[in-house]
Design a protein around this ligand. Structure first.
Ligand code: CTP
Length: 233
């Protein structure tokens, strides 16, 4: 017998699939990326991947063909979703760029590492050598560099920690040429990394921002898909 999660996901797709999503190619990125200092040490962040995995499951339930480009994450792959596993930001960029050519919708929920060691060591750095200074260089900005087909809808996330999150997210929406951006505040209890809930504001190119209450990440995912559904038709 199939696993109960698989039966539930298949039943959900039978019940929830709807015209704008059927046959659509959706790419979701999720999780952190890792940049090696040496073979056993990395620069990374605490992203769990939950928001991206929830988006992938929600898009599959609506009838889309979904590819999840995932950085390191312990989460089980949602039923019906194709996985493309990566480790570094450069690998995530290459995967996203290759997949975007056929995509109708790209959602960048990943938290890629923005910096990597400029000169990663080929062997483990010995602790005995005392204090070390590590030079970091910027990784590629995946969204900004993405060469996407004209019809492809692109959604980003903005993880902010200060009071001016709305203005910063709006600037990222413009600079990264997005159709929508999902603002969340890493300092807010129950939102952001490593939790099963999130509280976000959906900002589109036009129209008022949509402020959502604290919801499960799956419910947030469905609200985000509702907000972009019109652009897919
Ligand atoms: N992003 C990306 N490539 C990176 C870093 C981030 O494509 N190297 C994407 C994220 O997946 C997210 C959006 O860009 O959809 C905004 O990410 P965020 O971390 O909020 O902002 P940054 O662009 O990294 O800028 P800053 O760290 O200065 O806030």
């Amino acid at each position: 017998m199939s696993e109960p999660e698989a039966i539930l996901a298949a039943a959900e797709r039978l019940l929830l699939q709807r015209a704008p999503w059927q046959g659509k190619n959706v790419i979701v990125t999720a999780g952190p990326t890792r940049e090696h200092l040496d073979p056993v040490r990395v620069v990374t962040n605490p992203s769990s991947g939950r928001m991206g995995y929830a988006l992938a499951a929600a898009a599959y339930a609506r009838g889309a063909e979904v590819v999840l480009v995932s950085g390191p994450s312990d989460l089980p792959l949602p039923f019906g979703v194709t996985a493309h596993r990566v480790e570094t930001t450069a690998e995530m960029q290459r995967a996203a760029q290759a997949l975007v050519k056929r995509a109708d919708l790209v959602i960048m929920a990943a938290a890629p590492a923005d910096y990597r060691p400029a000169k990663p060591a080929a062997t483990k750095r010995p602790r005995a050598s005392g204090a070390i200074t590590i030079e970091l260089e910027p990784t590629p900005d995946i969204l900004s560099s993405l060469e996407r087909p004209k019809k492809c809808v692109v959604v980003g996330f903005a993880l902010e920690t200060g009071g001016d999150g709305l203005a910063k997210a709006q600037a990222k929406l413009r600079e990264k040429r997005l159709d929508a951006i999902i603002l969340n505040d890493a300092h807010e209890p129950g939102a952001g990394f490593e939790v099963t809930t999130n509280r976000v504001t959906i900002i589109r190119r036009s129209g008022e921002p949509i402020e959502l209450p604290l919801l499960s990440k799956r419910d947030v995912a469905d609200k985000i898909l509702d907000a972009v559904e019109q652009s897919l038709t």
